[in-house]
Write a protein that binds this ligand. Structure first.
Ligand SMILES: [Mg+2]
Length: 204
């Protein structure tokens, strides 16, 4: 299968670090455990009167400064499972709405972790594509992705609507109950691996 994987909060634990930094910089009071939906955080910053350039500029600067990537913790099981996927013949793309300027940093980080050889490509958004979900849909279609591993409902729902199966990693910001049938909620990478194994045998 052709598998698309998001980066932030799917392969690495980034939300907590992000929200802490955003609170410090913009005076927001974002509580990691109570974020109702992904883009809600952006809205809180804009409500304070900051512009999109200021906000995304800060995020880019933060993610390209040392030692950001060096301190990131991978989600348990990801590294082993992505290698298994590769060895089974799955084609893997990492597709993130991170700004394209962060791409060299992401790539070095993945290389240092020994993950880069197992993926066919790492894609970031130039922020020219809005809404951001459009970037994921466009790339998923272009790369003929069968299944997308995601944590943000803002992206998972439009992907599912475009007939792409989604494994949704359970996070505070994606607690919607009535999910479409082609979205499968998972707690961790072990569950994700099990569902992918099952889906491999189903032809639709
Ligand atoms: Mg994410």
């Amino acid at each position: 299968m052709r598998i698309g994987i998001d980066i932030d909060d799917v392969i690495a634990k980034t939300g907590q670090i992000f929200y802490q930094k955003i609170n410090e910089r913009f005076g927001t009071k974002v509580d990691f455990t109570k974020v109702p939906y992904y883009s809600w955080v952006d809205e809180q910053v804009f409500k304070k009167g900051y512009s999109a350039d200021e906000f995304y500029g800060f995020l880019n600067e933060f993610q390209t400064s040392s030692p950001y990537h060096e301190t990131l913790v991978l989600r348990r099981g990801f590294k082993e499972i992505v290698k298994k996927f590769y060895k089974k013949g799955h084609i893997i793309y990492l597709i993130s709405n991170r700004h394209v300027l962060i791409l060299p940093y992401t790539t070095v980080w993945l290389k240092n972790l020994g993950i880069l050889p197992y993926v066919s490509g790492v894609l970031h958004n130039s922020y020219m594509v809005k809404p951001f979900s459009q970037f994921k849909i466009r790339e998923a279609k272009r790369l003929k992705i069968d299944i997308f591993l995601e944590d943000a409902l803002d992206y998972a729902l439009p992907l599912a609507k475009n007939k792409i199966k989604v494994l949704l990693f359970d996070r505070p910001w994606n607690q919607k109950q009535d999910l479409p049938r082609n979205i499968y909620r998972v707690d961790d990478w072990e569950q994700a691996e099990k569902i992918i194994k099952k889906l491999e045998t189903v032809k639709d």
